[in-house]
Design a binder for this molecule. Sequence first.
Ligand SMILES: Cc1ncc(COP(=O)(O)O)c(C=O)c1O
Length: 369
Amino acid sequence: MPRPIEALIHPDAIARNIARARQSSPDAKVWAVVKANAYGHGIERVFEGLRAADGIALLDLAEAERVRALGWRGPILLLEGCFEARDLELCSRLRLWHVVHCEQQIDWLAMHKTHEPHRVFLKLNSGMNRLGFTPQAFRAAWARLDALPQVDEISLMTHFSDADSERLGADGIAAQLAAFQLATRDLPGERSVCNSAATLRHAERASGDWVRAGIMIYGGVPDFPEHDATHWGLAPAMTLRSKIIGQQQLQPGDTVGYGSRFQAERPMRIGVVACGYADGYPRHAPTGTPVLVDGRRTRIVGRVSMDMMTVDLTNLPESGFGSEVTLWGRGPKGALLAIDEVAQSAGTIGYELMCAVAQRVPVSVEAHA
Ligand SMILES: Cc1ncc(COP(=O)(O)O)c(C=O)c1O
């Protein structure tokens, strides 16, 4: 028997969440962002759901090959563009659209021999200061690309640093959006500026021609805890579940796990769950982190160890050995535990937890409705 832990992927949720992005931004096309192997879900596993998108955006050329091998004929966008000149050969062969964010990438294009000119997304650094041309250099980069026979269509993009919060400017995107509008004024071409947070929060002003929906298509909430999945109408695309494989009765003063980090103040019953940090569950999740047992909410107690963690069963008299434990996602009887809640308790974000599910966890895919 394998250990009872498993991840269950819900491609139907991906399709629903893509529809949700469309609802926010009805005039825009939707890129489904599938970098990092579809945020840890597995590109092949979620592919049925991804068919609801207009295009697939990713970073890795090997992932682009996998998407074409699945039969995807629509647009694929390389979000960081090429990493070296010879990547352009694959772009030509697989008809990949690619971001151009620096002069070197234009130099490579200028030397590239291709029969089919490329579609590129010219990226503006509007304030994030990661990738992209500065506003001062943007028009010259556009003119260079426009003069190349290797390029046929130039789209324009930028990426927001604060679309999920209100730290910068009035609404988090105001300064960057203004910089983008100024730098791209009068330039032809499609525009793409919104990630999930901007799609959900700012689409009325910023939607552009393409939104780039990442975390939201997996049911993660970009601006948790200000909003939750119910507020945004998002469904989880991954469930991590396991079982109780042991139980202990504690007396007041008894401690649990490594470092004796939890001490019982009254008689308690605890369950031992087959899930630990070697499965990708965050070790730093403290006592109190929510978990579902048989669909009912309780908390973890004590330190998460490599293969096990302990949960409080004191108020769940019907649960015990063999009970189903939902670490996040869909529980029995319609119960839900948002990955965002677990992430917040562990001091991280849902993005990190979904990407971190370990290789040793068996994954199955729920049949697409
Ligand atoms: C350029 C770009 N666009 C879109 C996304 C999707 O972001 P999110 O998952 O927050 O929707 C990312 C992810 O980091 C990105 O780098």
